[in-house]
Design a protein around this ligand. Sequence first.
Ligand code: SF4
Length: 445
Amino acid sequence: MVVINRQKSVSINAPKMCQPIGAIWATLGIHGSVPLIHGSQGCSTYPRNLMARHFREPIEVAVTSLHEKATIFGGASNLKEALANIITRQHPELIAVITTCLSETTGDDINGIVKTFKLESKGYDEHTKIVAVHTPSYVGTHVLGYDNAIKAMVSQLAKGKTEPNGKVNIIPGMVNPGDVLEIKHILCTMGVEAIYLTDISETLNAPLRIPKPHYPRGGTTVEEIADCANSLGTITLCKNEGQSAANYMQEKYGIPACIGELPIGIEATEAFIGNVSKLSGKKTPDVLLDERDLLVDAIVDSSQITFGTKVAIFGDPDIVLGLTRFVYELGMEPIHVLTTLESPQFATDMQKLSTDYGTDSAKQNIIVGGDLYDLHQKIKDTRVDLIIGDYKGKYISKDEEIPLIRVGFPQSDRFGYQRKSMIGYRGSIQLLDTIVNAIMDLRDK
Ligand code: SF4
């Protein structure tokens, strides 16, 4: 049964965040970048707090600090002053001007203000690129903010077609640094070079070395983004986080867009590797075939434990879709599946997946655009053995005494989750181990 919650006028414990968080995330994957929130101070403090607790890294976010005066007369002078200050003091490679509910409602023309700033500022030498990102948070969630930001980066920084670079563009989506490292491992093993749009594997999981660099090492360079129109094609790991940029590049530069499904488990990882092979012409090496077969072995070895285990899954649509396919591969039964983003595509994909695996639709709840109150009520009606999702699921977990498998963002009350991976064959094995051990603990009680 598909439930789309449009009638509710209030959300209770909604597992979603606002658009600027997705845009900050995308920006921090670029080397030497500064996200600049054009809004009130809380719009930068809240994302910093949440991200610092998940990544255990300092999250530097500037803010134009709009108050009453700027709200009434416009925030142009705040934005220009902020840009001048950041360029003078931080010398960044890139500033992403990220709008908020407030600046979108007052209607500040950030593209126009940036243009005027460049013309008026004698000291502006074009070294620092400035990208305008629209993230009105009364629409969509952090997922849309990430998608909007990647498209803004590509459309405002890509220089157009010159020399083919033989690389593949990869848009990872909002996955952990550990996940991006896993994708890098797969591509490196296949001998394929890539431009990551963008790459948080080091910027949000940086080694501590003294003297500490002003900007963390790693991240995609502005030059790499400028070159992305010369790539062989673009692969997105998520449908909702990166599709707009991939389609834009296909339409504008004629480079193919492969809109993927998050590579968790056997089928989705094979599809991802297939897309890399299709674009690059490289075959799957034995190392990856061995990793695949290790996952197959782990699935076979654990099948008596996982088979028939009932599970509830919630989170971002792409993560939920990937996890659902994976638990089907493990022989489990996804009884309740919830995402907060009102995505018709998600509902269609989930229904197809359920049909492919022969699920009785009367026994399954697919909730699109819901919150954790909805999920809790469904779990009270039909109990499950496990819940998979972010840390907010702990309230249901405690009330109902059902184990929570922590996957996704944020994991604010645990340590080390940014290093974990659920992607590729190796990440799937790690996730499988966690799931199987949780079921074994359950049976031990
Ligand atoms: S929802 Fe709007 S007002 Fe609240 S933090 Fe996000 S951008 Fe700011």
